[in-house]
Design a protein around this ligand. Structure first.
Ligand code: ZN
Length: 153
């Protein structure tokens, strides 16, 4: 077990999101709407030493397993993250996030004139045009979208 794992209490059942890029932990919480309002135990560790010169953020959420939409959000915000699923204090599955070719619904286009922001309730579809730089493009209005400035639907 990594030393950093010991910093925060083990959970009985739920998800540990590890290897979140330093400084992105709070954004992940916001994106996944993890706010503790349901009473579940949440542990957040920011700036945990990882390797010689690096740091990372870690989030542990008791009683919650991530859905596909959550995983896609995570892939955009924290592309190096790993998702660890815990049951009975044991790791039952570990997987990396991966950025899909398109992202549906979860982000809102920043173009106020875009049809997806109209009264017609058309759901957003965004193509991932640059995986490294995490750049998306709205399929409806072709606006290029900076991931860090997107709002969630
Ligand atoms: Zn658009």
């Amino acid at each position: 077990m990594e030393q950093s794992e010991l910093l925060v209490r083990r959970i009985r059942e739920g998800t540990v999101i590890d290897h979140i890029d330093e400084g992105m932990g709070l954004k992940v919480l916001d994106a996944l709407q993890i706010d503790g309002s349901d009473g579940s135990l949440i542990t957040i560790a920011l700036n945990v030493p990882s390797g010689k010169f690096k740091k990372k953020d870690i989030i542990k959420v008791e009683g919650r397993f991530l859905k596909d939409d959550d995983t896609n959000k995570l892939a955009v915000i924290a592309p190096k993250a790993t998702i660890n699923m815990i049951k009975d204090y044991r790791l039952i599955e570990k997987r990396r996030v991966s950025l899909p070719n398109e992202i549906d619904r979860i982000f809102r286009c920043t173009n106020p004139d875009c049809v997806t922001n109209s009264a017609e309730k058309i759901e957003s579809v965004m193509d991932v045009i640059d995986r490294e730089g995490r750049v998306l493009r709205c399929r409806y209005c072709s606006r290029t979208l900076d991931v860090d400035r997107l709002r969630y639907n």
